[in-house]
Design a protein around this ligand. Structure first.
Ligand code: GLN
Length: 298
């Protein structure tokens, strides 16, 4: 860096800047430093990542350098890349994300995968009624609606700004006619719906309150507390959903939930105590941890 001059001088080419930024990120212990540098620089220059290499000796103009510097600063302060870019890939769709919603995670794609198996490809005369609770960015319901069109999808969230974002994401992916959105707390908005569902799916907040401040800054300083906080033992919303979902399901209706990697035993107890379900099945995430539970209403 010393020999190359300061960031801000115009001899910075794409390649030099990538190298410098990757090592700067490394010194701040930023995950995947090189890829992060590439993503942010590509975003600044409005290029695809591959184009950075095709134009590696292109110098940056001062305005581009300024924009890039601002993004580097945000990342070094801990802001996740998805919030900086304002978007995140999930399943096969692109979602707008803001600090009003949780950034959709790969673990949640496992939940979608499990749900897809229960939704016929051609609904024909028997479309299923599917409810995604605490939809946030709309990740789960929009992935399902894109993968299994023709069913009837509903999604709710208590945060109005999250719901507005989920609606924008539906429009952005051409799915606004496929999903009905409701605002309100858990089952409250669907009470007015009357008719029961065939599937209730959710990635509820499941982190114990007192653990949240100790999480990585990317999470605890930037993601919405409300989307993380599962109460004193982390299980308060899972308990609530397991208990209430049975009153909103058709017989043989399915509940699919994401949970914390160390919550299997507790969640199993909650389901058995409730007594309303059969065929309780836990599934692992890519890291071999139990992350998903599905159960069928008796
Ligand atoms: N359903 C959204 C997701 O899975 C939001 C979940 C949440 O806010 N807890 O990304």
């Amino acid at each position: 860096m010393q020999n190359q001059g300061k960031i801000g001088e115009s001899q910075w080419t794409i390649l030099k800047l990538l190298k410098w930024t990757a090592s700067y990120f490394t010194s701040y212990r930023i995950e995947s430093p090189r890829v992060s540098a590439e993503i942010l620089l590509a975003h600044t220059l409005n290029l695809q990542r591959i184009q950075l290499y095709l134009n590696h000796d292109q110098p940056l103009i001062p305005a581009e350098l300024d924009r890039f510097k601002a993004l580097i600063k945000r990342r070094v302060c801990g802001e996740p890349i998805a919030y900086i870019l304002g978007r995140k890939e999930f399943w096969s769709i692109e979602l707008e994300v803001t600090r009003d919603v949780l950034i959709p995670r790969p673990e949640t794609e496992r939940l979608v995968e499990a749900a897809v198996r229960h939704l016929p490809q051609s609904p024909g005369i028997g479309p299923k009624r599917v409810l995604d609770m605490g939809t946030g960015s709309g990740a789960i319901v929009l992935a399902l609606a894109s993968e299994r069109p023709g069913h009837t999808y509903f999604a709710s969230d208590r945060s109005i700004s999250a719901l507005e974002l989920a609606k924008r994401n539906a429009r952005r992916n051409g799915l606004d006619r496929a999903v009905h959105f409701f605002s309100g707390d858990w089952f409250l908005p669907v009470k007015r719906q009357g008719r029961p569902f065939d599937m209730i799916i959710s990635n509820p907040p499941y982190i114990p309150t007192e653990i949240i401040p100790g999480l990585q800054p990317e999470i605890c300083r930037y993601e919405p507390f409300m989307a993380l906080d599962g109460g004193a033992d982390g299980l308060c919303w899972i308990r609530h959903i397991v208990d209430a979902a049975q009153r909103h399901l058709n017989s043989d209706g399915l509940v699919l939930l994401e949970m914390g990697h160390d919550q299997k035993e507790e969640v199993e107890k909650i389901i058995l105590t409730c007594g309303g379900y059969k065929q309780v099945d836990f599934k692992k995430d890519y890291g071999e941890k139990y992350r998903i539970v599905q159960m069928v209403k008796k």
